[in-house]
Ligand binder design. Sequence first.
Ligand SMILES: C[S@@+](CC[C@H](N)C(=O)[O-])C[C@H]1O[C@@H](n2cnc3c(N)ncnc32)[C@H](O)[C@@H]1O
Length: 281
Amino acid sequence: MKMNDIVKRAIPPLPWAEGDNIPWNEPGFSRRMLREHLSQDHDAASRKLETIDRHIDWIHSEVLHGKESKILDLGCGPGFYTQRLAELGHKCRGIDYSPASIDYAKQQANKSSLKIEYVWGDIRKADYGSDFDLITQIYGEINVFSTQNAKLILRKVHSALKDNGILIFEPQTLESLKESCKQPPSWYSFESGLFSDHPHLWLQENFWDENNKIKTMRFYCVETETSKTTSFAASYQTYTDLEYVQLLESSGFKNIHKFPSLTGREEDSIKEFVVYSARKA
Ligand SMILES: C[S@@+](CC[C@H](N)C(=O)[O-])C[C@H]1O[C@@H](n2cnc3c(N)ncnc32)[C@H](O)[C@@H]1O
């Protein structure tokens, strides 16, 4: 695109029309993003490992009651959850479409001689396998899908679970996504960063669609040595608590419970995420 296209951009953008997610699946981006997953300075991309360890305690002890289980993690990233669950004796599979994350996850499993199956694939299309005791979807990614795609994923989850198998699902709250849209447009300059290895300007704006309860983020990366301009966009469908329950019920789930976090307890004053467990009837 040309820089002038920024001036001529649509305001507001149509949700999902300019891109459906940040480019997790692009090799260069995924390599740079892996650094953020691994960083222990912040909770972006993946939580810090001390937090993940507490999530694992809850999943292993309270959700699975210590019973050896067959587990699938959707959007597993670098495999922090699958690796730890496999170390506890569970049989794990992870699916993600970030090539660098899947490579890293495989290397970690090999190093520890753990038999974890990692699949590089898009969770909208990938074959999930079958007979899982537990399927997890952690850190809010379900909101980047339109409701149609979220339902498709939840139906695939339902059919991949054993009878009475459980889904642990961690979406983002409507309030936090809406609140984040109040930030005004912003710009930054970087010598190199997540979206480019070259010096660039980074422009960002957020939009809130009140009628449809959708957040859309739009970014432009302008490489300053060449003026190469690239646009990115991601939209997030939000749901109220009742709508999350309806979404799960309409995909065939029963016995739905809500938890304040993946430790089962209240953790943060700002409620960015919520956790649901749901059983295949
Ligand atoms: C915020 S990260 C969370 C990673 C991991 N769940 C964690 O907590 O460490 C979201 C992950 O979802 C993956 N993802 C997003 N959309 C996907 C899709 N359509 N298919 C497969 N993976 C996807 C990304 O590649 C990324 O690894």
